[in-house]
Design a protein around this ligand. Structure first.
Ligand code: CMP
Length: 140
């Protein structure tokens, strides 16, 4: 199976509740390795650009406001099939539909405050990682 990297964001609802460690443990327990990580406060411009693909969706403005409402922890995760594995560990976008023992089922507050983001394809992972990290910050 190919080794991949994917982009993960632990969202403001999770930093606010001081549960970043619990979420990181779920990721590591699945076999993913954190090869880059930093706690940052996204600017409005960064959040708008990161979620540009959703700019015509009705939830876009609220999503951007939420993502800048507090600090986030951005990470590069590495492992076999990392994109899919991370999405499996996170669970469905809507916590009401997420499988048992997933991050969103256990920690998310709502479809917006859903504790974690993960890239949805290898191509998007590459772009999202480049958007948030310099090569020198990624240490395998
Ligand atoms: P994320 O994986 O970060 O990608 C886009 C985000 O939009 C998603 O997680 C949700 O937190 C947020 N969102 C808010 N409302 C909706 C909605 N109705 N459908 C999909 N995503 C939504």
């Amino acid at each position: 199976m190919p080794i991949q990297q994917t982009l993960s964001i632990i969202k403001p609802d999770a930093t606010r509740r001081n549960i970043t460690g619990k979420i990181i443990a779920r990721l590591e327990d699945s076999g993913l390795r954190v090869v880059a990580q930093k706690r940052i406060h996204l600017s409005r411009e960064m959040a708008e650009s990161f979620y540009e693909v959703h700019k015509d969706r009705p939830f876009y403005n609220d999503l951007v406001s939420f993502m800048i409402s507090g600090p986030v922890v951005v990470q590069v995760l590495e492992g076999e099939e990392a994109v899919t594995k991370n999405r499996d560990v996170m669970g469905a976008t809507n916590p009401a539909e997420a499988a048992p023992n997933t991050i969103r089922k256990d920690f998310a507050e709502s479809i917006e405050a859903n504790s974690a983001h993960g890239s949805d394809s290898e191509e998007n992972a590459k772009n999202e990682i480049k958007f948030l990290f310099d090569d020198s910050e990624i240490v395998g």
